[in-house]
Every structure is written in C-alpha cells, then in structure tokens.
Design a protein around this ligand. Structure first.
Ligand SMILES: Cc1cc2nc3c(=O)[nH]c(=O)nc-3n(C[C@H](O)[C@H](O)[C@H](O)COP(=O)(O)OP(=O)(O)OC[C@H]3O[C@@H](n4cnc5c(N)ncnc54)[C@H](O)[C@@H]3O)c2cc1C
Length: 388
C-alpha cells in the first residue's frame, strides 16, 4: 500500500524512527516476539510496524483454538519425520500453551477463555480404520481414545469416537492480542499501525510514510511473506481459509474443540447457541490460494451443509469471513536468520497452527535474534534459506 501526498498531509504524522529491533507484522507472532525480546532484555528499544492494525491478519480472524493440533497433524509429522521428531513438536506445542497460560492468560482477567480439550472425531468405524496407520500410535502423543458413549450426548448418534487431547484453550483472539499489546506498551515498545514496510535497506527499513533506522529486523508476516518479497514465493504459500459463525435454534452440548479429518472441518461453540466452523477448503482448493480475504460461496455452502446434515442442526448465519494462512510444504514454520542488507530474521509459515505454536516459537525467535541460542528448534526440519 502507498500513501498519496493528500493522505499523508491529512492523516499521517509518524516521524522517522530509530530503534534497536524492528518487528514487521503485528499479529500474534510479531507481538509475542516483542514480548519475549523484552523479557530477555528490557533495555532494548523495540518497534513493531503493521501495515493495517495489529490482529488484522490471520491472528484476528482465526477459530480461536489454542491447541496443540489434531491427531491427524501428528500422524502426518510421524510418517514424514519419525516418532521422535513428531513428539518434539508435540512437546513444543504443549509448552507453548503452558507458557501463554502462565505469562498472559493467568494474569489477564479481561480475557475470557475456557480450559478445554480437543477431539479428532471419526464418523464411523470404517473411516477410523482407514485413518489408522501401524506406524502411528496416537497414545505416543497422549491422545486418548473416546468411544461413542464417552462423547457428549448429541454427538453419540453422529460419531463413532475420537482422540482427545488436553489441556487446551478456547479463546476469543482479540482480547488476547489486546492484552499482549497493552503489556508491550507498558514496556515502552513502540507500536506503529497503518504503515507498510516496502523493503529492507542497510540502515533499516523503508516504509510508505517514514524511514526507520534499526540494528536488526524481524519479519513476522506469515501468509504475507510472498507478497513482501519474491524469494518467499513457493516456500510459503498464502491460502485463504473460510469461517462461518451461526446461531443455533437449540443449544448443543459440545464443550471441546472438534476436528473432523475426513470432512476437513473444525468447529467449536463460543457461547450458548453460537458455533464457529471452518475448513472445507478442498471444495475450491485452487480458488483459495491467495492473500485477499474474500468469501468463497462454494466453501461457505459446504460449511452450512456440514452443520445441517452431519451435525443435524438448525441455525441462522451470523457472520462469514476468511483469513490468510501461510503454508509451508512441511507444515512447520521457518524461524531464523535470512540474508538481507542488514541483520534480519524471519518467523512465519505456521500452516494453520500459529495460535498453538506461536507463543513458544516467538520465544525461540527472540533467543536466536539476541544470540541466546545458536539455532531455532525448527532447523532440524528445514532451515530458512532466503535472500532478500
Ligand atoms: C480462518 C482461520 C482460522 C484459523 N484457526 C486457527 C486456530 O483455531 N488455531 C490455530 O492455532 N491457528 C489458526 N489459524 C492460523 C493462525 O491464525 C495463524 O497461524 C496465526 O495467526 C499467524 O500469526 P502471525 O502473527 O504470524 O500472522 P498474521 O496474524 O497474519 O500477522 C501478519 C501481519 O503482518 C502485517 N503485514 C503484512 N505485510 C506487511 C508489511 N509489508 N508491512 C507491515 N505489516 C505487514 C499484516 O497486516 C498482519 O497483521 C487460523 C487461520 C485462519 C485464517
């Protein structure tokens, strides 16, 4: 985005900035990275820049699952990387939830969250048998099998059973982001919204409204990396994801976060009679590539049909929206240094798992950027090799 002569005179007053570390991208991950940098070194001058407002990307548009991820995610990781590495990701994700609870949720009464569990559900025995794989044992990851009769009553007639993981959290992401932002402001982190970074230069960064001198830069752009620089294209693919919020005619007892891997949907209740549901992207896989947050009628209809036929519910639609995820081929993010005109790092490519993995990954990013750690946890999978 650029700013015209007229707009600049009218509304923008941001002066040139000098800072120790510039973070580009004010989503959950950019804000969390600033949080950990200030934990590690309170004397650093840190600036966050967002081209829109903090949380305007995927972080303010997601389903609000603070989760370690579904059993299907760990099955994919186990088959690709082996049990040991897949378990390391599981432990990393569990630690991430524990850290966000300890550092933010516990001391933020304004954030309404539920400690909960997630369930990877199977409609019938045949689907479950087909899903099972002798090289993957869900119990290695503490996923506990729940029979039909252990499910909440309304799900018993619709599902054969599922794998449960806990503890996890149901959360409205906006108060979470607001709370982290408030903490950062108290720690004198400078947050500049409505300002796009165009490119990095040896001194810092060029933006649409000012120049920023920084010693180091951390890019936290997730699905917008390829838009920022062509070297990320192909390695991080922006994929749209559709969400639907509905008000149910009658209440529906389903206290957890739910994944249905065969239908590729995920859903949860946010309050009595209100349910949010997302997924079904395979209905228009090609159409859902990109970082423009538009509505896909085909997918939205697929989500409605799922609620009507698979869950057997009557409802009225409250809201439809979409968001941009940044997918990598291995479905894990890149966290580490990149080649740039100045010392620079990246954190992104969360592949739909950023709310779960984000807080712990941001700690990793901060430690690497401050030299407290040589390499990030994710380097054992793939190292970032980007030159901008
Ligand atoms: C519909 C949907 C549902 C999801 N559900 C879940 C879920 O339930 N659980 C889960 O774990 N994950 C979920 N995810 C994924 C999760 O939301 C993301 O992984 C996470 O929010 C990524 O955070 P981020 O800060 O890296 O990226 P973002 O939140 O996308 O932040 C990137 C920021 O960069 C800014 N930016 C871009 N370009 C520039 C520029 N040039 N200059 C300055 N700023 C720039 C953007 O404005 C944006 O605010 C979901 C995602 C979507 C879209």
């Amino acid at each position: 985005m650029t700013t015209s002569h007229w707009l600049r005179q009218h509304q923008f007053t941001t002066h040139d900035i000098t800072t120790d570390i510039l973070i580009v991208g004010g989503g959950y991950v950019g804000l969390s990275t600033a949080y950990w940098l200030t934990e590690l070194n309170p004397d650093l001058k840190i600036t966050i820049l967002d081209r829109s407002f903090c949380g305007s990307g995927a972080s303010g548009r997601n389903a609000g699952f603070l989760t370690m991820g579904s059993a299907s995610f760990y099955k994919t990781l186990t088959l690709e990387w082996g049990l040991d590495k897949a378990k390391q990701v599981f432990n990393f994700a569990s630690e991430s939830l524990e850290l966000v609870h300890q550092h933010i949720l516990k001391s933020s009464p304004e954030i309404k969250f539920d400690r909960s569990s997630s369930m990877t559900l199977f409609k019938n025995e045949e689907i479950h048998t087909k899903w099972e794989n002798k090289e993957f044992n869900p119990q290695d990851f503490n996923f506990k099998w729940k029979d039909k009769l252990d499910l909440p009553a309304p799900l018993q007639s619709r599902f054969f059973g599922g794998y449960e993981a806990s503890p996890e959290y149901k959360i409205n992401p906006i108060p979470l982001l607001t709370s982290i932002k408030k903490r950062l402001e108290n720690r004198k982190v400078q947050i500049v919204e409505h300002s796009s970074v165009f490119e990095l230069n040896p001194e810092g960064a060029t933006t649409e409204i000012n120049s920023i001198k920084a010693k180091k830069v951390i890019l936290a752009l997730n699905g917008y990396f390829p838009q920022f620089h062509k070297s990320f294209q192909g390695a991080i693919v922006p994929r749209r994801a559709q969400m639907l919020a509905i008000e149910l005619d009658d209440d529906f007892d389903c206290p957890s976060l739910y994944y249905d891997p065969s239908e590729r949907v995920y859903w949860r209740k946010t309050q009595d009679k209100v349910l949010v549901i997302g997924g079904k992207r395979l209905l228009d896989e090609q159409g859902e590539v990109g970082d423009f947050e538009k509505i896909s009628p085909i997918i939205q209809q697929g989500l409605e049909e799922y609620v009507r036929h698979e869950l057997g519910l009557k409802f009225r639609v409250i809201n439809r929206w979409s968001g941009t995820m940044g997918f990598t081929e291995h479905e894990l993010p890149f966290v580490g240094p990149i080649e740039a005109p100045l010392e620079a790092y990246m954190i992104g490519g969360f592949s739909g798992h950023g709310m779960g993995l984000g807080f712990r990954s941001a700690k990793e990013m901060a430690e690497v950027a401050l030299g407290a750690k040589q390499e990030s946890f994710y380097n054992q999978f793939k190292k970032p090799r980007f030159k901008i």
